[in-house]
Design a protein around this ligand. Structure first.
Ligand code: PNS
Length: 176
C-alpha cells in the first residue's frame, strides 16, 4: 500500500463539502452564531457571506459587520467570512460551495425561505439546507436586537460581546 492512497481516502477527499451561510448580519446575533457552529460540524468548511448592498439601510457598515463576525467565529477553524454583491448563487459558485445554509426559526420564516431556495435552485445546482437554531434563539432577530438597544434595553446573551458593545456605542455614544 506504500505510496498509494486508499480508495476510501480519495473518496472522502473528493467529497469535501463547502457551505455558504449568507445574510445581512446587521448585526450578527447568537442565533446566527449557533447556526454557524452547527454548520461547521456538518460541513467541511463554511463561508459566512455578508450581503453588502441590500434594500434595507443597515445600521452597521459592511466593515463593522465583517469585524463583528470575524471576531465571533475566530475560534472555528473551518469558518471564514466574506462579503458579496449580486446573486448569491454566483458567490456560491465562485467560492466552490455546493450548499446554501439558511436558518428557519418559525413557520413564518418558511414561505420567504422556500421562495428563495426554489429560485436559487432554478438559477443553479446549489442545494439549500434549512437548519434550526437552538430553541432559545427561535424568537431572536437582528431587527429586535436593534430595537431593544435603541430603547435602552439589555441584549446581553443575545449577541456576541463585541456586538453588545458596538450597539451601545451606536445608540449612546462610545463612552457609555
Ligand atoms: O439575512 P437576510 O437579510 O434574510 O439575507 C437575505 C439574503 C442575503 C440571503 C438574500 O437577500 C440574498 O441572497 N441576496 C442576494 C441577491 C440574490 O441572490 N437574490 C436572489 C435570491 S432568490
Amino acid at each position: 500500500m506504500q505510496g498509494k492512497v486508499h480508495p476510501v481516502a480519495v473518496f472522502h477527499e473528493s467529497m469535501k463539502t463547502r457551505a455558504v451561510y449568507p445574510g445581512t448580519f446587521d448585526p450578527v446575533t447568537n442565533g446566527h452564531i449557533d447556526l454557524i457552529e452547527r454548520s461547521a460540524k456538518l460541513f467541511d468548511s463554511v463561508v459566512v457571506a455578508i450581503l453588502k448592498n441590500s434594500e434595507k439601510v443597515p445600521l452597521f457598515s459592511i466593515e463593522e459587520r465583517v469585524e463583528m463576525l470575524e471576531v465571533a467565529v475566530r475560534r472555528l477553524k473551518n469558518v471564514s467570512v466574506t462579503t458579496f454583491d449580486g446573486l448569491l448563487v454566483d458567490l456560491a459558485e465562485r467560492c466552490g460551495a455546493s450548499v446554501i445554509v439558511r436558518g428557519i426559526r418559525a413557520v413564518s420564516d418558511y414561505e420567504y425561505e422556500l421562495q428563495m431556495a426554489l429560485m436559487n435552485r432554478r438559477l443553479s445546482k446549489v442545494e439549500t439546507v434549512f437548519m434550526l437554531p437552538a430553541e432559545a434563539y427561535s424568537y431572536l432577530s437582528s431587527r429586535l436586537v436593534k430595537e431593544i438597544s435603541l430603547l435602552g434595553g439589555s441584549v446581553r446573551g443575545l449577541v456576541p460581546p463585541l456586538v453588545e458593545k458596538r450597539l451601545r456605542s451606536k445608540y449612546t455614544g462610545p463612552k457609555a
